[in-house]
Design a protein. Structure first.
Length: 255
């Protein structure tokens, strides 16, 4: 089994790589930072499992790179769309260029890779796709408006394509990982400091892989996050937005 994993140099992606490596999957690891990728590869190879580990240093915020990746890496059994980042602040004050890059990484890259690899999987009538979304994808996100919107795209796209596959009676499976706050480098990039409990990245990664292998669609780690998902569905959006604003306000570090 061969896995293509993006955002593999740190955080949940790095922990997923460790778990998949121990399970004996062949890995193709993608991230922007070549040095970090090499470090991950070296540590994984120390396990001496006997599986193949390839690295592809690549910035997926560039559309051309996403297409190159699909041409360069073929015949995969599992795609894990994990690369992504966020930002925090009032919509009129956050950096536009950073947001555009976020949209390209969190949406465009996911879209291209999912579409191209799904075509291949449908031809074989087998394969798995795990799109890393967020509990943010189920609610409006004032003070992290762009990030929440990108994750909503991932959720809705995955839900729609899942139904298409069901109607076609395809054996290809899609899953979406929707965690709450996780202790990773995400916080530093997004300029936030969570004031609430953060899940361990390794725990989230282990849970995600286990549920993905079982074919679970919504993968929501933690009872509190499951309750937040239910709350976002039950309460009106204007109420959810007010609550989310208050939560986000506590995150902003030094603002």
């Amino acid at each position: 089994m061969r896995v293509l994993l993006t955002g593999a140099s740190s955080g949940i992606g790095k922990d997923m790589a460790k778990i998949l490596n121990k399970k004996g999957y062949d890995l193709v690891l993608v991230a922007r930072d070549e040095e970090k990728l090499n470090n991950v590869k070296r540590k994984l190879e120390e396990e001496n499992i006997g599986n193949k580990i390839e690295i592809v240093p690549m910035d997926l915020s560039k559309e051309l790179n996403c297409k190159k990746l699909c041409e360069q890496v073929k015949d995969i059994d599992v795609l894990i769309n994990n690369a992504g980042f966020g930002d925090c602040g009032n919509f009129t004050k956050t950096d536009l260029e950073k947001e555009i890059k976020m949209i390209k990484t969190n949406i465009v890259a996911y879209h291209i890779l999912m579409k191209e690899y799904l075509k291949q999987m449908k031809e074989k009538n087998s394969g798995k796709i795990l799109n890393v979304a967020s509990i943010a994808g189920f609610m409006p996100g004032p003070l992290m408006a762009t990030y929440y919107a990108t994750k909503a795209y991932v959720v809705r796209l995955s839900e729609a394509v899942r139904e298409e596959l069901k109607k076609e009676k395809s054996k290809v499976q899609i899953s979406i990982l929707c965690p709450g706050p996780v202790a990773t480098n995400f916080n530093k990039v997004a300029n936030v400091k969570f004031k609430i409990r953060e899940a361990k990245s390794s725990d989230v990664a282990e849970y995600a892989i286990r549920k993905m292998e079982k074919g679970k669609f919504y993968i929501v780690p933690g009872l509190d996050v499951k309750l937040a998902k239910i709350g976002a569905k039950i309460f009106p959006n204007k109420i959810v937005a007010k609550v989310t604003y208050m939560v986000q306000k506590r995150k902003i570090d030094g603002k």
